[in-house]
Every structure is written in structure tokens, then in C-alpha cells.
Design a protein around this ligand. Structure first.
Ligand code: SF4
Ligand code: SF4
Length: 448
């Protein structure tokens, strides 16, 4: 059964033709690789190696004792050249471990394959997933071992594998489903081993018929308790709450989590990495990235080692045909504008998009026309125009009381607004303002 679709949303041009037929190419790194300590939601890692240490592929180079965190592993063998501050893909500075590759790709012996995962118990599987450095590869980068450890009173009824890939331009998930459906199904089987009462559903937008048929074909070979659900094409269908509604009809109340309505949602790349980590003993060393946009000479889907620079990805894609007006990390709807190409890719980097001034047009804002289109479009049923006003006035109490913290920053309101109001950016500012106020209040309370 599929529930029609969520309320609101938009239909931006898909713009996937540049990369949707491009087979995944493996990109080898050249020189130094840079590993930032913040690559996931939760507590940042700290280096566990020092300058001059020799490291191997898959060796842990940073970790944290916190539960909500995930270790960082070297994607190459070589020598730790430096531990220092570097700009990251978000434009922020972060402590990084810099490893000079020796080009030998010698593997650490820390990971063992477990061909029959059914022999492993839950704590062992969770341990392997954590030690493999697994986080949500769809971009959220939430540590996977935490997601797979909901409170014991939560009954998980559905494990949804997110193959929606609703962001325009990106097709890395699509290519993974087309070229490698087996580890996706295998990774889902491991998750179902952890939650035996659950049903496994691989949810894919209908605009990916090849991916749907490849997974369906693979499922017919084996895998009871797993099915593919093709669903309607609409942005932001891949957002967790929207996908849960479409697949199960469950609405997640504000402040609640997917597990509260019996769901876990994992990206296709994440479950594929779960399979590789558990059965093949291969931790998270690389990820597939779509390099696209109208000024990229030869757009590609690249399997790139973590820590490689964005510049190397662009060079491997033929460089620019003209100076881009904007380079984004991620897709055009939720991606972040980058300040430099000399920054490393991290676990959550799904796309690099370079756009000409003709595509990345910036518009002057004008006064709100009170047309109501932003509210009709908002999938979270918010009033973006009221949130915009509160954020501009720095009235964070009102912003919060209107549910502003539930904004998923999907960009739909900005896309639809005829007055070109910067609604999503103002929602981001409002959320940051609320968080800053909360920190201030906490500090006040602690100093009393
Ligand atoms: S207010 Fe937030 S959730 Fe609603 S459409 Fe705008 S960006 Fe998306
Ligand atoms: S869509 Fe734009 S113009 Fe229309 S009500 Fe919302 S903010 Fe105002």
C-alpha cells in the first residue's frame, strides 16, 4: 500500500540528464587527504594519531567516547603530515588530520568479513557499524549505530530505505541502485535481522524506472519481507517525515522521532555501506558523488575517497567551461554555497554543483504580496511569511512558538515565492537565533 503523497511540495525541473546515465567511476587520490573532525551530527571526533605516524587504509585516525559520534578512518595508507586547522566544505574552520598518501593502499587488519551475518548478535553488529564510521550518507550524517539503537520500548514496524533522491541534478543514489542493488538489499536484510518484526521497504521515486526494475529483479531472487515501493515524484519527497507519510501514512508529531511511529529511515548508500562493513569488513572509506551543473565540462558520478579535495573532483570531471557563479555542496534546493574548491569531501557530501550566472541567478527581494503560496507549499505546514517576519525582527520567542524549529530548510517556500523573499535563509537564521537564546539561558542557569 502507498499513501498518496504528503501535503505541499513543489516540482522543480529535475535536471538529472547530465549524470543519470553516467556509470560510477572510481577516483584515485593524488597527494594529501584532509579529514575534518566534524563529519557527523553529534560530538566531534579528536585525532588518535600524531604527526609522523604511518597509517593504513581503514585505520582509525579520529574518534570520540560519546555515543552520538562516529570514528573517522583513513581512506589511504601513508603518513600523517599534519594535524591542524583547515577550511571545510561548509566554509567553517575545523581541526583536520592530513595524511600524505604513499599510493600503496595497504589495508589495516582491523576489519574482518562476516559472511553469515545471521550468526552475529545485535551488540556485535552495532559495534561493527560504529567502528566502520557509518553515518547517514544521504547528507544528514547522523551516526547509523545510534539510529539503529532506538529505545527498547519503540516497536519498529517499517525500515524504509530512502531511494527518493528528489534533489535536482543529483543521481549518485540512482546509479548505486542501478549498478549495485545487491548490497542495498543485503544491508536491509542486516537491518531486518536487528528488527525481525519490521517490514523492509525500498522507496524509489517513479522517475528512476531502471533502478526500480534492477532492485525488483534482484528481490525476485531472494529476500522475503522486502519490497520496492515506487512513489510519486515531488520535492522534498526524500525528507524523512515526507517519506514516512507516503510509505506508511504515519504523521510524525512535532518533536517526535521516526521511531515514535515505528519507522527507521536509512539512505540507500547507508544500507549499502552496512552490508560492506558487516559482511565484507570494509568500513566507510569513500562515497559516490554527482559532479554536475551547466559549467562542468564532463559531469560524472565519482566514487571518491573521503578526504579528497573538491578541486580534484572538478578536474576529474573535465574542469569548468566558464567561471561558475556558484559552486554548491549538495543539490540546488538544500545545498550550501562553497567558498573554496580546496576543501575536502566528507561522509555527507552527495553532490558538487557548479552553476553559471544564468542558472544561479540572484534576485532582489520585494515586498510580500500575501499570496499565500509559501504556506500552501510548505510540507511542514508552517507559515513561512510569518517566520520570515519574526526572524527579521529577531523575535525568536514568536519564531519558536510558530513552530519555526520544525522547518526542514527544504527551500520550497523560497522557490515558489513570486516576491523572491529569502524565506528559507530567514528560517535558518531564526533557528540559529533560537539555539543561541537557548544556550544563553542555559549558561545563565548554570551560573546562578
Ligand atoms: S518554511 Fe522551511 S519547511 Fe517550510 S517550505 Fe520553507 S524551508 Fe521548507
Ligand atoms: S509566497 Fe512570498 S509573496 Fe506569497 S505570501 Fe509567501 S512570502 Fe509573501
Amino acid at each position: 500500500m502507498s499513501f498518496s503523497t504528503f501535503r505541499g511540495g513543489i516540482h522543480p525541473p529535475e535536471s538529472k540528464s547530465q549524470t543519470e546515465k553516467k556509470e560510477i567511476e572510481v577516483l584515485d587520490p593524488k597527494g594529501a587527504l584532509i579529514f575534518p573532525m566534524i563529519q557527523h551530527l553529534g560530538v566531534p571526533c579528536s585525532p588518535v594519531v600524531k604527526k609522523g605516524d604511518r597509517v593504513l587504509v581503514g585505520q582509525k585516525i579520529a574518534d570520540s567516547e560519546a555515543f552520538v559520534s562516529a570514528p573517522i578512518l583513513s581512506s589511504v595508507s601513508g603518513t600523517v603530515k599534519e594535524i591542524g586547522s583547515r577550511m571545510t566544505i561548509s566554509g567553517a574552520m575545523d581541526t583536520c588530520v592530513i595524511v600524505e598518501s604513499d599510493g600503496k593502499f595497504e589495508y589495516a587488519a582491523e576489519f574482518l568479513p562476516h559472511k553469515d551475518f545471521k550468526q552475529l548478535d545485535r551488540p556485535e553488529i552495532i559495534r561493527i557499524i560504529r567502528e566502520a564510521g557509518l553515518v547517514g550518507m544521504g547528507g544528514a550524517a547522523f551516526p547509523t549505530h545510534v539510529k539503529l539503537s532506538p529505545p527498547p520500548d519503540k516497536r519498529i514496524r517499517w525500515i524504509i530505505v530512502n531511494g527518493a533522491e528528489c534533489e535536482p541534478f543529483l543521481s549518485c543514489d540512482n546509479r548505486l541502485m542501478v549498478e549495485h542493488p545487491e548490497p542495498i538489499i543485503g544491508g536491509l536484510e542486516i537491518c531486518l535481522h536487528l528488527f525481525p518484526e519490521a517490514e523492509g521497504i525500498i522507496a524509489v521515486e517513479k522517475n528512476k524506472p531502471e533502478a526500480i526494475s534492477r532492485i525488483q529483479g534482484e528481490l525476485s531472487e531472494h529476500s522475503a519481507g522486502i519490497r520496492v515501493m515506487p512513489h510519486s515524484v515531488k520535492y522534498p519527497q526524500g525528507a524523512e517525515k515526507m517519506l514516512i507519510y507516503t510509505v506508511t501514512g504515519q504523521e510524525i508529531p512535532p518533536g517526535a522521532l521516526p521511531a515514535d511511529v515505528g519507522c527507521l529511515v536509512l539512505n540507500v548508500s547507508t544500507v549499502s555501506h552496512i552490508w560492506n562493513a558487516v559482511t565484507n569488513g570494509v568500513p566507510v572509506l569513500d562515497r559516490i558523488i554527482s559532479v554536475a551543473g551547466d559549467v562542468v565540462a564532463d559531469p560524472k558520478n565519482l566514487a571518491a575517497p573521503l578526504g579528497i579535495s573538491v578541486r580534484e573532483l572538478i578536474e576529474a570531471s573535465g574542469g569548468f567551461t566558464e567561471e561558475p557563479a556558484k559552486v554548491l555542496s549538495g543539490g540546488p534546493m538544500m545545498g550550501m554555497s562553497m567558498r573554496s574548491l580546496d576543501v575536502p569531501i566528507v561522509k555527507g557530501t552527495s553532490g558538487i554543483l557548479a552553476l553559471s550566472p544564468r542558472v544561479a541567478r540572484s534576485f532582489e527581494e520585494s515586498n510580500c504580496l500575501r499570496c499565500g503560496r509559501c504556506a500552501e507549499t510548505c510540507p511542514m505546514r508552517l507559515q513561512p511569511t510569518s517566520l520570515d517576519k519574526a526572524a527579521r525582527l529577531r523575535d525568536y520567542a514568536s519564531f519558536e512558538s510558530m513552530g519555526g524549529m520544525n522547518c526542514i530548510e527544504c527551500g520550497s517556500c523560497t522557490y515558489i515565492c513570486p516576491a523572491r523573499r529569502h524565506l528559507t535563509q530567514l528560517c535558518r537564521d531564526g533557528k540559529a537565533g533560537v539555539m543561541a537564546e537557548r544556550r544563553k539561558q542555559k549558561e545563565k542557569g548554570e551560573n546562578r
